[in-house]
Design a protein. Structure first.
Length: 358
């Protein structure tokens, strides 16, 4: 639908990377219009850990390329979790920054809630790339002793995911972080807020073009865009007011804690093409299961970082999501670097990719 003409200029973020000496080697597969979690029209890239498993989306290939050691880092975009879930499923680091930290000029838009961020092998690599993208490359601060760390309720994820996150938290506590009680979060309200705004925005950007070229757009994507056009002004206004409330509530929440740890998803990577998966809630639609924990940071305007923290019994990666107050990306990166200095999950390489490392 977008045609085949090449862009006439670099996106602002790409320009910053090129100015810093980055070498762009290609582009990766992604979900159509970045408006979903599993490729519909084109074959999804296999997860490097098991090629018949999903990388989720919408930044499908960005996470797979880094996990397969095809590149030092990749760019990705995140509205409802499109950096974070693929990073978790592929055992790599993914950072969704605070609004405004990385310029979005040249990004093909989905929503006002879109952000650009890096996917990398390690937290240290993420800090390097983020520094360039944010226009402020600088050394990370040391992990501050006494970081107030809370772990959100883990009762709605599987025991292997919960156990890995609990071990991550215990290791951070053993290295200076101070445990505090977790807050209560309205995850469902945050998700409703996010998807109402995102769907309405998507329709404002794409409805006319989708209707003019329906045969070039997958029916699932078309239906989402059309549904966004049916959101009324009052409903959108209510969602925007909710977004502002969530942002203010989150700022107050971070008055008593520094970092909150959440699951990245309710599950690990599922079989390619699956529509329903089993979770502690029972059988759930894939899209609901993989985005239960990611909308909150988006709807509240918070930075969020995913770091690998283990593997399940089938050898698939498990990721934890760390969120902080707006502008505190450096704290998240420093905390993740501290964790990776005393753990080794990030050093594992998918079978077949080890040769590339050598």
């Amino acid at each position: 639908m977008l045609g085949t003409a090449p862009a006439l200029r670099d996106a602002a973020a790409v320009g910053r990377l090129l100015d810093a000496g980055a070498i762009v080697i290609g582009k990766t597969s992604m979900y159509e219009l970045a408006f979903g979690a599993q490729n519909e029209r084109w074959p999804a890239p296999g997860n490097p850990w098991r090629l018949e498993r999903s990388t989720a989306g919408s930044s499908t290939g960005s996470a797979a390329a880094v996990a397969a050691r095809l590149c030092f880092a990749s760019l990705a975009s995140d509205t409802g979790g499109s950096i974070r879930v693929p990073a978790a499923f592929c055992g790599v680091v993914g950072l969704r920054p605070s609004p405004g930290r990385i310029p979005r000029g040249g990004l093909v838009p989905l929503s006002r809630l879109d952000e650009l961020g890096p996917i990398t092998k390690t937290a240290e690599d993420a800090a390097v790339v983020f520094g360039v993208l944010a226009g402020a490359p600088e050394a990370l601060p040391p992990h501050p002793d006494g970081t107030r760390l809370a772990v959100y309720d883990l009762s709605e994820v599987g025991p292997e995911v919960a156990g890995a996150i609990e071990q991550l938290a215990a290791l951070l506590h053993a290295h200076g972080a101070r445990p505090v009680s977790p807050p209560e979060l309205d995850l469902a309200g945050a998700a409703a807020t996010l998807w109402t705004i995102a769907a309405a925005d998507a329709a404002s950007h794409w409805l006319d073009r989708v209707r003019a070229a329906e045969h070039l757009v997958h029916p699932v994507v078309r239906d989402r865009v059309v549904a966004g056009s049916e959101i009324g002004a009052r409903e959108l206004e209510s969602a925007c007011a909710s977004h502002e409330r969530l942002t203010e509530d989150a700022r107050r929440m971070f008055g008593r804690l520094d970092v909150l740890i959440l699951p990245a998803a309710t599950c690990v990577s599922y079989p390619l093409g699956a529509r329903v998966i089993e979770t502690p809630r029972g059988n759930e639609q894939v899209s609901a299961a993989v985005t239960r924990y990611t909308p909150f940071a988006t709807a509240a305007g918070l930075p969020a970082l995913v770091v690998p923290c283990g593997f399940d019994s089938e050898g698939m990666p498990i990721g934890a999501q760390l969120i902080a107050a707006p502008g505190n990306e450096e704290l998240l990166l420093a905390l993740a670097r501290t964790y990776q200095a005393v753990s080794a999950w990030h050093q594992r390489v998918p079978r077949g990719s080890a040769e590339l490392e050598r």
